[in-house]
Design a protein around this ligand. Structure first.
Ligand code: SF4
Length: 457
């Protein structure tokens, strides 16, 4: 610990004088896109209050660490990040999911200035004000119209709700983040519109359970551009779909009402892309996982969706080696995958999370069996992905450029969400830049990515 940090702690009860220059906050954001959106919201408020964002520990007057506490590995990463910030800077405020368990943080890092819980924006802001007072009153014209964002300028995550009403046995997010709390539809549509006006070309809709959107506020109505919308999944898709940007729906569950969005996808009002965390294909495992919609015949649903929108891309994540998973249940998952032919797939081995009810289930699967199943599952998923991507060779498509390295542009098609899916690599594209649209012709494919050239004409 540095002497400066010791001094700051000793003065923490009285308000230290504001620095003559703009106060600078360092920010470390860990975890999922939902946490990233929290970070953006906190930074947006701080910028509105005249704070600057420091690019390095050295340049910061105080560092905020937004933590993740989802699985034990994320907890360790968060605790390490707090340690690094303390070592490099000394003045650290902690927030985010792990903040719901302050004792775990304080036990290892008693020197942190303050610990606040997930989505407790006011508490984080108050902690920053206490330890680094603002210099100005808020001048909202200091802010770019889209607020402060941590993603590139051309895409943005749009968080529609906090928390979750489900009780999946492997998950503690409802304990950390509370019950579902939806934002009103007019508020979300206004934010979407603001982002698009500021240059965002792709909106990524996120929450813990997007298909449940609005259930907690009885689908309250709101007005936007003289039209009435309900706070519900389909109205959200309809409203955002009118903005002229790509709209990508994440964390959807296969409830019957999701069928309603398929015609909007077929008309390209929203992207023909569904991110559905199926987690398993065996009904008995899904029941033990206590997954939402676990009794739904998902294969029939996927078939019907693809009939309504043949280009639909489905991405999903799975857990193998869940407690009690037998070889027969795992084989059921493989057979389910063969039938479902999902385009994009991620796979995790089950790992116990402190406080999750699944920990108490009998017959935990040995790690070597988990690993063997993960490999078998991913081989199957990769073969399916390669087959589905090769069917795109020769097609023309519109892509959105994320970056350009030498003369290769790294872009994404309708089928690719940033960070988690594959990309389209366009050779000979040095005139393109991040945020450009490009029309390309697909020349080849591998298991995860497509290769393309700029389309003539
Ligand atoms: S749906 Fe299940 S896994 Fe997802 S946040 Fe809710 S409880 Fe957790």
């Amino acid at each position: 610990m540095t002497r400066a940090a010791t001094k700051s702690r000793s003065t923490s009860r009285s308000v230290p004088p504001a620095p003559k220059r703009a106060p600078k906050v360092g920010f470390v954001s860990l975890g999922c896109p939902k946490a990233l959106v929290d970070s953006e919201r906190i930074l947006t408020h701080l910028r509105a209050e005249g704070y600057e964002v420091a690019p390095t520990y050295d340049a910061a007057d105080v560092v905020v660490v937004n933590t993740c506490g989802f699985i034990d590995a994320a907890v360790d990463e968060s605790l390490d990040a707090i340690g690094e910030a303390l070592e490099q800077n000394g003045r650290v405020i902690v927030t985010g999911c792990l903040g719901a368990k302050p004792e775990r943080i304080l036990e290892r890092h008693p020197r942190v200035l303050k610990v606040t819980g997930p989505h407790a924006y006011e508490d984080v802001l108050n902690a920053v004000h206490e330890h680094l007072p603002p210099q100005h009153d808020p001048f909202f014209d200091l802010l770019p119209p889209q607020g402060v964002r941590l993603t590139p300028r051309h895409y943005a995550y749009l968080k529609i709700a906090e928390g979750c009403n489900n009780k999946c046995s492997f998950c503690i997010i409802p304990d950390l983040r509370g019950k579902l709390a939806s934002r009103r539809i007019d508020d979300v549509l206004r934010e979407g519109e603001r982002l698009v006006k500021a240059g965002v070309k792709e909106l990524l809709v996120i929450s813990q359970d997007t298909s449940a959107y609005g259930a907690d506020i009885r689908y309250a109505t709101g007005t936007w551009h003289d039209e009435t919308y309900q706070t519900r999944f389909i109205d959200l898709a309809r409203g955002l779909g009118s903005l002229g940007a790509w709209v990508r729906l994440h964390y959807v569950y296969p409830y019957p009402h999701v069928d309603e969005v398929i015609p909007l996808m077929a008309e390209r009002r929203v992207l023909p892309y569904l991110d559905i965390p199926f987690q398993h294909g065996s009904p008995s495992v899904l029941k033990r996982m206590r997954r939402p919609a676990h009794s739904v015949n998902t294969l029939a649903r996927i078939r019907a969706w693809r009939e309504g929108c043949p280009d639909l891309v489905i991405r999903s994540t799975f857990i193998v080696g869940f407690p009690g998973e037998t070889e027969a249940e795992f084989e059921e998952l493989l057979a389910w995958m063969d039938e479902a032919q999902l385009d994009r797939v991620g796979c995790f081995k089950y790992s116990p999370v402190d406080g999750a009810t699944a920990n108490a289930l009998p017959d935990h699967v040995p790690p070597e069996v988990q690993e063997e199943r993960r490999i078998r599952f991913m081989e199957r998923a990769a073969a399916i992905s390669a087959k589905r991507l090769s069917a795109r060779v020769g097609r023309r498509m519109r892509v959105l450029v994320d970056s350009v390295e030498k003369n290769v542009a790294i872009a994404r098609s309708e089928a690719d969400a940033p960070e988690i899916d594959g990309v389209v690599r366009i050779k000979g594209a040095k005139t393109l830049k991040a945020g450009d649209w490009a029309d390309v012709e697909i020349t080849s494919a591998d298991a995860y990515d497509l290769y393309a050239r700029l389309a003539a004409g």
